[in-house]
Every structure is written in structure tokens, then in C-alpha cells.
Design a protein around this ligand. Structure first.
Ligand code: AKG
Length: 257
């Protein structure tokens, strides 16, 4: 990342990076998520939560090399460190498709319902576009700079579902990635097209926070045995502090996380 990109991420709270996924990787991510949705049926997303108006998949690091490649992408890890500093870990890798209809609208929220604290930022999210994000198909909205407000939108807005005067839409092409300070107010919007708007969420937290999905418990033994040291570090598999924090129950859940 350039100094300018890092500065934008810190000041605005987001950065959209173009063309991170090539056509081959995109095709693999699309076909693997479609296969998993079909195979998991009613259980899809069950390791995390189900959400009316969207399709979800969870625990994706356990479900394919193409997903492990995503959470270890050097650009992603650099951006995580810009926002969270050196003490970070993956919280979850999920799929979310905003389905056609008004129900895919989410209220503005901060992930895990957190504002920055004395240690700084605690949450980072990345949204990987598997489809173009257009004004019509339910792009993510965000309020630039709101990660510095120190307040949660539901505590100060009359209606967190309503359009915000300063909101921006994350528009882009399939293959682009939105890097965000997840304290920035944001949410999914309604999809007014006939097709799902697909994405992957690579969500990271500061080391003192619980993982949304406790990777050590959720990943199968054979997956864990095959992971290289970098992946073990990303997932905090050898981190006793994380065991103490995350084993007792996953991090707060919901899109309000
Ligand atoms: O998929 C999106 O556009 C954003 C979703 C989101 O913010 C969430 O699920 O917490």
C-alpha cells in the first residue's frame, strides 16, 4: 500500500482497491460458494448466523484453499495492520449475498457494536466483491470518517435504517476489495435487481477481542494439520490468550456483531 492509501484508510475509514481477484480466482470463489450453498442447504451460515434477506456461509477457511488464499493475501494483511496495529487475528471468513428485495437492507452499524477504545481500533473488515456492486444491487453503504465519532449509530440516529446525508456507496467491479475500519458506520443496502449480490467478508479483530468464530474449534483436524505457519498465525491457532477469550463462546454475533 502507498502512504496515500494508508492515509485514506485511516482518515476516511475505507479504501476500495481495484482488481485484486483475477478472473480465474473469481470463478473459483463463485463456484465454490455456490457448491457450498447447495450442499449445506438449510444449515448454510449456521456456524455464525442466518439473516433474512441474505444468503450466508460461515467458517470458510475450513472449506477450501481458495478461501485460505484470501485471508492470507498480503494486501489484506497490510491493511489489517494499518487499522489494528500488530496485535490482530482473523475473526471469521463469511459469504454474504444480498438477495433481491427490501429485506437485504441493514441498519447502519459498527461491527461487534464497538467504538474505538483506549487501545485504539478493535475491528477491521474487508468486503470482496464477487459481483459488480452497482447502485441498484445492494452495495454496502458507509459514512466516511464516522469511525472517529466515538458513538454507535443506533444511539444517535433517529432511524439507523434511513439513508444518511453523508453516506457513500461502495461501488465497484467484481474482483475489487473494500478495506474498512469496521468502527465506521456501515451496512448492506436493499438489492433492487433480480440477481443476488455476492461477497466475501474477511473480518479481523484486535488480539484482546474474541473471534466471531473460534477457528481452533471450528476447523477440522486435517485442515489444521495442513496449514503453514503463516495461516496458523492468522487464525491464532497457537495463541493461548485467544483460547482463553474465544473458547468460552464466540464473539458477539449478528451484523451488529
Ligand atoms: O454485505 C454488505 O454489504 C455489508 C454487510 C455487513 O455490514 C454485515 O453483515 O455486518
Amino acid at each position: 500500500m502507498t502512504a496515500k492509501e494508508k492515509g485514506l484508510l485511516q482518515e476516511q475509514g475505507y479504501l476500495i482497491v481495484r482488481g485484486v481477484m483475477d478472473a480465474e480466482w473469481l470463478a473459483e470463489l463463485r463456484s465454490e460458494t455456490a457448491r457450498l450453498l447447495e450442499a449445506e442447504g438449510e444449515n448454510a451460515g449456521g456456524e455464525f448466523r442466518k439473516e433474512i434477506g441474505s444468503d450466508r456461509l460461515a467458517n470458510l477457511v475450513d472449506k477450501g484453499e481458495c478461501f485460505q488464499r484470501l485471508v492470507s493475501h498480503p494486501l489484506l494483511l497490510e491493511a489489517v495492520e494499518v487499522v489494528l496495529g500488530p496485535d490482530w487475528k482473523l475473526s471469521s471468513l463469511n459469504y454474504r449475498a444480498a438477495l433481491p428485495g427490501e429485506k437485504s437492507l441493514q441498519p447502519l452499524h459498527c461491527d461487534m457494536g464497538l467504538v474505538p477504545d483506549a487501545l485504539g481500533n478493535a475491528v477491521f473488515n474487508s468486503i470482496w466483491m464477487l459481483d459488480d456492486f452497482t447502485p441498484e444491487n445492494g452495495p454496502t453503504r458507509f459514512v466516511p470518517g464516522s469511525h472517529k465519532s466515538g458513538v454507535l449509530p443506533q444511539n444517535v440516529l433517529a432511524d439507523a435504517n434511513a439513508p444518511h446525508p453523508e453516506e457513500m456507496m461502495a461501488l465497484g467491479k467484481a474482483g475489487d476489495v473494500v478495506l474498512t475500519n469496521a468502527h465506521m458506520w456501515h451496512g448492506g443496502t436493499a438489492n433492487r435487481t433480480a440477481l443476488p449480490r455476492r461477497s466475501l467478508h474477511g473480518f479481523f479483530v484486535r488480539g484482546d477481542q474474541p473471534q466471531q468464530q473460534y477457528q481452533k474449534k471450528l476447523l477440522r483436524a486435517e485442515t489444521q494439520a495442513a496449514l503453514p505457519p503463516l495461516m496458523r498465525r492468522i487464525l491464532a491457532l497457537d495463541d493461548e490468550r485467544n483460547d482463553a477469550i474465544s473458547a468460552v463462546g464466540s464473539g458477539k454475533s449478528g451484523f451488529l456483531k
